[in-house]
Design a protein around this ligand. Structure first.
Ligand code: AMP
Length: 112
């Protein structure tokens, strides 16, 4: 499978690692849209949030237990936003489930 984020997880494409464990990997976004912009991805290839099922949802639950630790390590004590784009209308450009963590300033109250 030709997947950019699988290649990053495997170390075939370089990234700036923020966090890693047996189930997920977090790294800085290459084109940040906030002062802090990190991506968290499951190591298992799941195409998007639309493909989350009873069979694979435990990794998503795990990621959401890890996000507060990542946020703390990034200094996001004032809060942050978690975003997951889905499909063409959601402007998902990489078809591997990922959660954007955005923060480091007061974000816009508009989400779309
Ligand atoms: P999305 O548009 O929601 O699918 O998000 C994909 C994100 O991946 C975008 O914010 C990109 O800037 C980011 N991105 C693309 N290539 C890389 C890369 N090589 N390293 C880090 N982030 C990347």
């Amino acid at each position: 499978m030709n997947c950019l984020f699988c290649a990053i997880i495997n170390g075939d494409i370089p990234s700036t690692k923020v966090y890693e464990d047996e189930k997920c990997y977090a790294f800085l976004d290459i084109a940040p849209q906030a002062p802090v912009h990190c991506l968290v991805v499951p190591k298992e290839h799941i195409a998007s949030a639309n493909e989350i099922s009873e069979d694979n949802s435990s990794v998503v639950a795990h990621i959401f237990t890890v996000i507060p630790k990542i946020a703390e390590s990034l200094g996001l004590s004032g809060g942050y936003r978690i975003v997951s784009n889905v499909g063409d209308d959601g402007c998902q450009s990489v078809k591997h489930l990922h959660f954007h963590i955005l923060g480091g300033e007061k974000l816009s109250d508009k989400m779309a």
